[in-house]
Design a protein around this ligand. Structure first.
Ligand SMILES: [Zn+2]
Length: 126
């Protein structure tokens, strides 16, 4: 029997919540044209990721929370460093652009892992 992947590594590597083996996303997170493409079903166990229409819209709320946390952390740093508004924009805009694919993906992953009923890990699908 294959080794059971840990919950942490499965979340970090964007794996299916049921088998922790199949990929949730099709392309690389570093590809700006493919980072958002999500598989309809798990390529390993066949779990349907978007189990109802518009399911992933709820990930926007998680993404909003992530973005707010980034802004608060950056705001505290900027205030303590006494940066000008122009400098804040020059630093913050690239940070947001770089983080966008990661925030997008991990908001969907958290939605799948935390807020999805009946999508817990099952050893039968390893
Ligand atoms: Zn799976």
């Amino acid at each position: 029997m294959p080794k059971q992947p840990s919950l942490f590594s499965s979340v970090v590597n964007c794996k299916c919540p049921r088998c922790r083996t199949g990929k949730v996303f099709k392309g690389s997170v570093l590809n700006p044209f493919e980072f958002s493409k999500t598989n309809d079903n798990c390529p390993h166990c066949g779990l349907k990721f978007e189990h109802e229409t518009g399911f992933f819209w709820a990930a926007m709320y998680i993404s909003y929370g992530f973005s707010t946390a980034v802004m608060i952390i950056f705001g505290v740093i900027a205030i303590n460093a006494d940066w000008s508004f122009k400098k804040i924009l020059y630093i913050l805009i690239p940070i947001v652009l770089v983080l966008t694919p990661f925030l997008f993906r991990y908001s969907r992953i958290l939605l799948l892992y935390i807020f999805s009923p009946n999508r817990h890990f099952d050893k039968e699908y390893l």
